[in-house]
Design a protein around this ligand. Structure first.
Ligand code: 3PY
Length: 254
């Protein structure tokens, strides 16, 4: 995650994309060559087991790109197995309070900071030899946590969530947040935009980054104008479909 951390520390954006369908082993390399700073493998909406993304994680980890995994729910087991498989950061859906965020940080950090179980010489440390103490310290330092802000309660608690040590990015799930504000998919609704402002201010106040999943240039622009620095260009399905549609239309219209 060094490249993402450096970009954020120097006021730059960290742009990435979600993988929801094409978890082919080379996908991290494809995204890295396209200039993405991070790639996220989604286990929330795909129903994939870790085994489905293990080969992709193994290749991504050797590329200059950070590999994040969104786990399916709040469970120590889901978090620790994703980290052991090589996730360099965890995105967690529906984090509504600082207490929830603090518990998840515990699952992500080796003792004494947390209570992640230790195993070394496996996928997450690239099968390398070395002293456990050094590896624990390095992993605690580099792992990133991106709690998702998806409800009015989470927006209200954003500053407290951001203040939890170990939280790196307050990451809005716009579809869930707009749904929970009563206007699914309406990203121009004043309440939605005000929530974007609140989360940006919470990130600024706590030294974390504000992030968002974006499916449109307008939403990305609205986020960038508010100081969001972690932005996804949609995901594999949408990007591929849009590029295919544009190409097919261009050929048909000749
Ligand atoms: C949302 O838009 O709600 C997300 O969580 C992105 O997948």
């Amino acid at each position: 995650t060094a490249q993402v951390r450096e970009r954020l520390a120097s006021g730059k954006t960290a742009l990435g994309t979600f993988i929801l369908e094409f978890a082919t082993p080379g996908i991290g390399a494809i995204c890295a060559r396209a200039g993405a700073d991070w790639v996220l493998y989604d286990l929330e909406h795909t129903g994939w087991s870790l085994d489905a993304i293990r080969p992709a994680l193994a290749v991504s980890r050797r590329e200059d790109i950070a590999s994040f995994v969104r786990v399916a729910g709040h469970s120590q087991h889901l978090v620790s197995t994703a980290l052991d498989a090589g996730a360099e950061g965890i995105m967690m859906p529906y984090v509504d309070s600082a207490a929830q965020a603090a518990e998840i940080v515990q699952w992500m950090q080796f003792p004494p900071a947390g209570r992640r179980g230790s195993a070394f010489g496996i996928a997450h440390d690239l099968y390398s030899p070395g002293a456990p103490a050094d590896k624990q310290a390095a992993a605690n330092e580099s792992v990133m946590f991106l709690p998702q802000i998806e409800t009015p309660a989470a927006v209200a608690a954003a500053e407290e969530i951001g203040a939890v040590e170990g939280v790196d990015v307050l990451f809005i799930g716009p579809l869930d947040l707009s749904t929970n504000l009563g206007k699914p998919g309406d990203f121009t609704n004043p309440e939605f935009l005000s929530a974007l402002d609140t989360v940006a201010a919470a990130a600024e106040a706590t030294g974390t980054a504000a992030g968002i999943f974006s499916t449109s240039v307008q939403l990305s622009a609205a986020a960038l104008e508010r100081g969001y620095s972690v932005i996804s260009l949609a995901g594999d399905i949408f990007t591929y479909q849009a590029a295919l549609a544009a190409g097919l239309t261009a050929i048909r219209e000749r």
